[in-house]
Design a protein around this ligand. Structure first.
Ligand SMILES: [Mn+2]
Length: 262
């Protein structure tokens, strides 16, 4: 059965974070995800999710020092020890909240533009993270992002992510495919999804342009869901959009699936 989650870092923000779990559950979502959960204690978050009847679908490893331009530290030379701490933190957090997917932000190269060095650091770090998480039963993903919102981000398309995965060669490393980023970076979204389907471990979406709810742009969500499921994809579809009005008023796209689930 198709399972949708709501990203409560961007949705249901009319409420304090602690109340968004129940709001997502009441709207019929069996899962939530959260970009950076660490402001909540893990046992607190586990309790909020349990009370709301939702699973935690995915979250990111820490973003690092945003003021210094860091978008994750996975590709930063001389930060390997900090990266490993982030992985252990995320692994323990995911275990406590029973989350089965953790996403690593591959980041931008801040080493004076020495991209080769950053890429080599990234390979080593991803192999470490994939192994560490696999031992805990948690999948690791990397997410291609668009270069307009994230200038310099190291992985921008599904093909690039697949090339990194093939190079690293760890079975626990997959792609978090975000249809919003794909709309800006891919020549042919269905073709790219088909080509990389064997590597896709998690899916997010927002419409484009605007990054709002499905129906506000060019995204054909039912067609994408059908394509992925026909190809064997069986994990979450995570709504990660900026609601164009109060979140509850932007959920008509979800109605067909919500009715089917109840
Ligand atoms: Mn995303």
């Amino acid at each position: 059965m198709t399972r949708f989650s709501a990203n409560i870092s961007m949705m249901f923000t009319e409420r304090p974070l602690r109340e968004r779990f129940a709001a997502a559950g009441a709207a019929g979502f069996p899962g939530v995800e959260i970009q950076f959960p660490y402001e909540l204690a893990a046992d607190d978050m586990a309790r909020l999710a349990r009370l709301a009847g939702v699973e935690i679908a995915s979250f990111n490893t820490p973003i690092g020092n945003r003021a210094a331009g860091e978008v994750g530290i996975a590709s930063l030379p001389r930060r390997e020890a900090d990266f490993r701490q982030h992985v252990v933190l995320a692994r323990d957090y995911a275990t406590a909240v029973r989350c089965r997917n953790v996403n690593v932000l591959v980041g931008v190269c801040l080493d004076g533009g020495n991209k080769d060095r950053c890429i080599n650091v990234l390979y080593d770090n991803l192999y470490y993270a994939a192994s560490e998480l696999q031992a805990a039963g948690i999948r690791l993903t990397i997410e291609p992002m668009n270069t307009t919102d994230r200038p310099g981000y190291l992985i921008n398309t599904l093909d690039e992510a697949s090339a990194v995965i093939d190079r690293i060669g760890h079975p626990n490393l997959k792609i978090e495919a975000d249809l919003y980023h794909m709309a800006m970076m891919e020549e042919d979204i269905p073709a790219s999804l088909r080509r990389n389907l064997h590597n896709i471990g998690h899916v997010q979406f927002a419409d484009w342009p605007g990054r709002h709810e499905p129906g506000t742009g060019a995204l054909d969500l039912p067609a994408i869901v059908a394509l992925l499921e026909a190809g064997g994809y069986g994990s979450w579809f995570s709504a990660e959009y900026v609601p164009s009005e109060t979140t509850e008023r932007t959920l008509s796209w979800y109605e067909p699936w919500r009715s089917a689930a109840t």
